[in-house]
Write a protein that binds this ligand. Structure first.
Ligand code: COI
Length: 398
C-alpha cells in the first residue's frame, strides 16, 4: 500500500511525536514505532474475535482546521494528542459534535463504510444548530478515505465479527472569552477497531433489563436532543450510572414535558415490535437523536412488509402491546431489551425474533453477503486510488 509522502509544513515541529510525555497505553504500541508493520487488512497484532468497544490505539488520525471562513487542506498525524488552546470554545461553551459509523471488510474483499453519508447529513444539521461551519462532503469523504487507508492494518478481517468504527468529530478550537461561536474549528477523523458493545462470550445478542428513568430528562422538547452533540452524552452520564447502581445496565427516557411518551435509551433509539407485527418508534424530532441505524432498520422493516409507525408512544398505555423491544444504534445495531421497570412495576418482553431478523439483515449487508439495495455501502479503494490531494502527512508511514 502506498504510504503518505513526507511533508513538513511549518506546523510540523509543534505537532512532533512526544513519546516520552504520554502514557504508554494511550499511544500506538511501542513495537509499531520505527519498524514497518505489514500494512494489510487485519495485520495489526490484535485478537480480532475478542474486541469489545474500547479504545485501541491506531496508526494515525486526520484533521482539518477552519479559520477565516476556509478549511485547510488537512494533515495526518500519528500523535493521538491534540494541541488545543485552553480557551477553546469546546471547553467552555461546548461547541462539539461527533459522529460514528462503521467500516467493514466484506466477503468479496472490499472495504466499505456503512451509511456514512447519513452521518454527514446529521453532522451538517448539528453544525447549523450549533453555529459551526459545515464540513463539505468532499472533505468528509477524503478524510474518511485517507484515515481508513492509512489504518488498513486495523480493519478487522471478514468473518471475525469485528468492524472499524469511524469517529469523526468537530469542535470550536479557537480561543474565545465572551460567549459566541468560535473563530476557529477543528475536524478530526480517527478509527478504532471494535467488536460488540455489550459483549457476550458467544457473540450472541445480549438482552438487557432496563429502567424507566423518572429522575432525569435527557433533552428538552425544543432542545438539541436530535443532534449528536457531546454535551448530550455528558448530560446522560449520571442518569446512566444511577440506573446501573440499581442494577439496570440501560435506562429509558420519557418525554421531559409529561413523562409519558417514550423518547430513547441512554445512547440508543427505542424500537418496539408490537404483538400484531408493527415496527413502532418515537417521533420527537427535536429531542430524540436522529438515529441512522433506526432509519436503516425502518427501511428493512418496510422491505419485510412490516408496517412502520414513527409516532408518539404513550408508554404506560402501550407497553403491554409490545412483543419485542430493542435499543438501536451504530455501536450495537440492536440490543434486545428483556424487561422494563418503572417504580414497582416490571414489563417483560418476548424473544427478539423480528429484531434479530432485522439485525441479521443489516449485518449481512455490512458484510457484503447480500445485495445492498439501498446504497448504504460506500467502497473505499485501498490500493489503486490516487492520493486525495487535500490530505498531507507530517510523518512518514510506519
Ligand atoms: C452508537 O450507538 O453508536 C452511539 O451513539 C453510542 C455511543 C458509542 C456514542
Amino acid at each position: 500500500m502506498a504510504m503518505f509522502s513526507l511533508h513538513l509544513p511549518k506546523t510540523a515541529a509543534r505537532f512532533g511525536v512526544r513519546r516520552t510525555s504520554v502514557s504508554a497505553n494511550l499511544v500506538p504500541p511501542m513495537e509499531m514505532w520505527g519498524q514497518p508493520l505489514p500494512e494489510k487488512i487485519g495485520s495489526a497484532p490484535l485478537d480480532w474475535r475478542s474486541l469489545g468497544f474500547e479504545y485501541v490505539p491506531t496508526k494515525s488520525h486526520i484533521r482539518f482546521a477552519w479559520k477565516d471562513g476556509v478549511w485547510d487542506s488537512g494533515h495526518a498525524f500519528q500523535d493521538p494528542y491534540l494541541p488545543v488552546h485552553m480557551l477553546a470554545n469546546v471547553f467552555h461553551y461546548g461547541q462539539a459534535l461527533f459522529e460514528g459509523f462503521k467500516g467493514f471488510h466484506t466477503k468479496n474483499g472490499d472495504v466499505c463504510t456503512f451509511a456514512d453519508k447519513l452521518s454527514w447529513q446529521r453532522l451538517s444539521h448539528g453544525c447549523r444548530r450549533f453555529r459551526m461551519p459545515e464540513v463539505p462532503l468532499e472533505i468528509w469523504e477524503n478524510a474518511i478515505n485517507e484515515t481508513v487507508r492509512d489504518n488498513v492494518s486495523f480493519i478487522p478481517p471478514y468473518g471475525t465479527n469485528g468492524s472499524l468504527y469511524v469517529r469523526p468529530f468537530l469542535f470550536g478550537s479557537g480561543p474565545r472569552l465572551g460567549v459566541g461561536p468560535s473563530t476557529e474549528y477543528t475536524f478530526v477523523v480517527f478509527v478504532n477497531p471494535v467488536g460488540s458493545y455489550y459483549q457476550t462470550d458467544s457473540g450472541a445478542m445480549q438482552a438487557l433489563d432496563g429502567l424507566v428513568n423518572d429522575t432525569y430528562d435527557r433533552a428538552a422538547p425544543l432542545g438539541c436532543g436530535d443532534c449528536k452533540a457531546a454535551g448530550n452524552y455528558a448530560a446522560d452520564l449520571e442518569s446512566m450510572h444511577a440506573a446501573k447502581r440499581l442494577g439496570y445496565p440501560i435506562s429509558l427516557y420519557l418525554d421531559a414535558r409529561e413523562r409519558r411518551y417514550v423518547e430513547e435509551f441512554n445512547t440508543s433509539n427505542f424500537v418496539a415490535i408490537t404483538k400484531d407485527g408493527r415496527y413502532v418508534t418515537p417521533d420527537a424530532p427535536r429531542s430524540v437523536l436522529d438515529s441512522n441505524t433506526n432509519k436503516v432498520l425502518q427501511q428493512l422493516a418496510v422491505d419485510l412488509n412490516l408496517p412502520v409507525e414513527r409516532r408518539q408512544i404513550d408508554f404506560e398505555k402501550e407497553v403491554d402491546s409490545f412483543a419485542e423491544v430493542g435499543a438501536v444504534g451504530t455501536a450495537v445495531v440492536v440490543t434486545p431489551i428483556r424487561s422494563l421497570t418503572r417504580g414497582n412495576q416490571t414489563w417483560t418482553f418476548g424473544e427478539p425474533k423480528v429484531l434479530r431478523e432485522l439485525r441479521d439483515r443489516v449485518r449481512a449487508i455490512q458484510n457484503g453477503e447480500v445485495e445492498d439495495k439501498h446504497g448504504w455501502m460506500r467502497q473505499i479503494k485501498l490500493d489503486d486510488a490516487p492520493r486525495d490531494k487535500t490530505v498531507l502527512s507530517v510523518y512518514p508511514g510506519l
